[in-house]
Design a protein around this ligand. Structure first.
Ligand SMILES: [Zn+2]
Length: 334
């Protein structure tokens, strides 16, 4: 019995071991198959990776080629841009040169036409003639000035302003004096903005003078004189154009060669005004005297009899300006 049990146990153990062995072998086979499959997958994945790398390399090379092509195009583009800019600058320079030349030609043509058109004397009279001129009026001083001038049998010129007391214009005309056009507004920033602006202002004043005094005046004086530089800040070259254009339009313009200095401050002493005029006149043959006719220039009125007396003693006669008179014109500086 004991032997039987022993034998059976032995058989069972052997059987179990055999079964385990068979099982293990089968498992090994399965593992081997799986291993093989994995190997195959790895090989195929690696092949895929190689292919992908090849594609990447190819694309990179293509990309590099495109980049260098782009860089070349960019350089070409930049070169063309520079060339275009240079050409544009050349055109701009040529245009501005052309404008300058045509502007210069225009100024020369206007100057020639003005000289041809102007009836004004071009040489200063040698005989002792004095043109007294009163700017910026009429004013409350006008009637007093007229009275003094009458006393000395002197004729003068009043360069009037549109905003002044134009009701005195008829008396000025009646006494045989000249009404000259100065400015309607006397506003530098408006009248010297352009030649058109100047003529609009002048025409407005001319109409006012005609309406009040029945006179078509062609005698003018630029505010600040033709040599003023203040106009430069409103329009470069405007005086160069205007000094010709006024003549072409039939006006005669007048500056001065004796400054009374009555506008150099407030209430300039009468004695100073007298001395300024007489000292300056003593060195000349013919004179055009700058004075002012405004309500604040009382000392000018005060100085007037002494001026007339002094000039008369020097041999001067007093005449009113007309468009044929010598212009005492300054050098234009704008
Ligand atoms: Zn003035």
């Amino acid at each position: 019995m004991k032997k039987f049990i022993k034998t059976n146990v032995f058989i069972i153990v052997v059987a179990i071991l055999s079964a385990a062995l068979v099982g293990m072998s089968a498992w090994t086979v399965v593992l081997n198959i799986q291993n093989h499959k994995l190997k195959n997958r790895v090989v195929s994945t690696m092949a895929d990776m190689d292919k992908t790398n090849d594609r990447y390399d190819k694309m990179k090379a293509e990309n590099d080629a495109t980049n260098s092509e782009n860089a070349a195009l960019e350089k070409e583009n930049l070169d063309l841009k520079f060339k275009l800019e240079a050409a544009q600058k050349e055109i701009k320079d040529a245009k501005s040169l052309l404008n300058k030349v045509s502007a210069k030609k225009m100024i020369e043509a206007e100057k020639a036409l003005a000289a041809q058109n102007s009836p004004q004397a071009t040489v200063i009279p040698e005989s002792k003639v004095c043109y007294l001129t009163f700017d910026d009026g009429p004013s409350d001083c006008t009637l007093e000035i007229l009275k003094i001038l009458d006393t000395y049998n002197a004729k003068a010129t009043f360069f009037v302003v549109g905003t002044a007391k134009l009701q005195y214009l008829p008396q000025i005309v009646e006494k045989g004096h000249t009404i000259g056009l100065h400015s309607n507004t006397h506003n530098y920033s408006k009248i010297y903005k352009s030649t058109d602006a100047f003529f609009n202002d002048l025409t407005a004043l001319s109409q006012k003078v005609y309406d009040v005094a029945g006179v078509h005046s062609k005698v003018i004086r630029f505010p600040g004189g033709s040599s003023n530089k203040v106009s430069k800040s409103y329009c470069k070259g405007v005086m160069t154009r205007l000094t010709s254009q006024v003549k072409i339009k039939g006006y005669a313009y007048f500056d001065w060669n004796v400054d009374s200095g009555d506008a150099s401050g407030k209430n300039v002493p009468a004695k100073t005004i007298v001395n300024n005029v007489l000292n300056s006149a003593a060195k000349k043959n013919s004179i055009c005297v700058l004075m002012h006719d405004t309500s604040s220039k009382k000392t000018t009125v005060e100085a007037l009899p002494e001026i007339l007396k002094g000039l008369k003693a020097m041999g001067y006669r007093f005449e009113a300006l007309n468009e044929k008179c010598y212009g005492f014109q300054h050098t234009v500086r704008n």
